[in-house]
Design a binder for this molecule. Sequence first.
Ligand code: FAD
Length: 248
Amino acid sequence: MDERTTRRPVSAGAEAELGKIYKVHEHGEVELVDYLGDDRAVARAARTSYQKADGKNEEADRKLILRLWRDRHTSPFEMIQVTFRIRLPIFVMRQHVRHRTASLNEWSFRYTECPELFYVPAHDDVRGQHAANKQMSGAALAEDTASRARALMDSQNHEAYRAYQQLLELGVAREQARVVLPVSAYTQIVWNIDMRNLLHYFSLRLSPDAQKEIRDYAQVMAGVVQRGWPMIWEAFEPGYAGSTPPVV
Ligand SMILES: Cc1cc2nc3c(=O)[nH]c(=O)nc-3n(C[C@H](O)[C@H](O)[C@H](O)COP(=O)(O)OP(=O)(O)OC[C@H]3O[C@@H](n4cnc5c(N)ncnc54)[C@H](O)[C@@H]3O)c2cc1C
């Protein structure tokens, strides 16, 4: 190995994910930028309960991880940390930020100008209001209605961005000019969370009753976890109430 040799336990799957940029919608991105601990970190931490050292084989670790999750002995899962860089629209960020057990640092539109990037749903994903559930969307709208809806969203985004630029040209500070930006504007965060709470986030945000736009982000991150921490994913997935997310 080169000078980057480490004595830390690493996950081959997570190493392969580092730096890969996954697209979400037209402008969104998810990238695993760092992590701490492989699958077996959970087993190693759990064994301290019995004052047993590491040294069991991989299959014993796998069975232990399955049992720990099943028995809700979840603190060993907190030994693993993952850090994602995420570019997401502000309205998705508002849902994402509710997960208080994560740490994050957000792009500042006080320091830099907001780029002209706005979320507009894909043509076949402009959804109507759900008939029974007051919170959720329902089926996709007819093609001509979707086109009109998208055109409205586009023109509003464009107008808002024009007003933003005019305010900047007038000399208004970036921190005040941004008040005209809509929640469809994109922001960016570095988001760090431990595995236990990330799985909790998945159980909420992969669920069919979560808004589809945040679910799309959760699915991409779930794919990263599935490939980077396969034993943990195997333990989590059967207990997870929603549909199985595809590996993206
Ligand atoms: C489908 C859906 C609809 C939602 N609708 C709304 C809505 O209409 N309005 C709205 O405001 N929010 C809404 N939310 C957000 C929701 O209320 C939670 O804030 C969000 O899902 C984060 O969940 P959490 O608190 O479990 O996660 P985290 O904040 O990551 O916390 C993880 C766990 O830590 C513990 N914990 C964290 N903080 C505390 C605390 N202060 N006290 C005690 N225990 C704590 C809890 O056990 C918690 O489950 C919705 C979420 C979903 C998934």
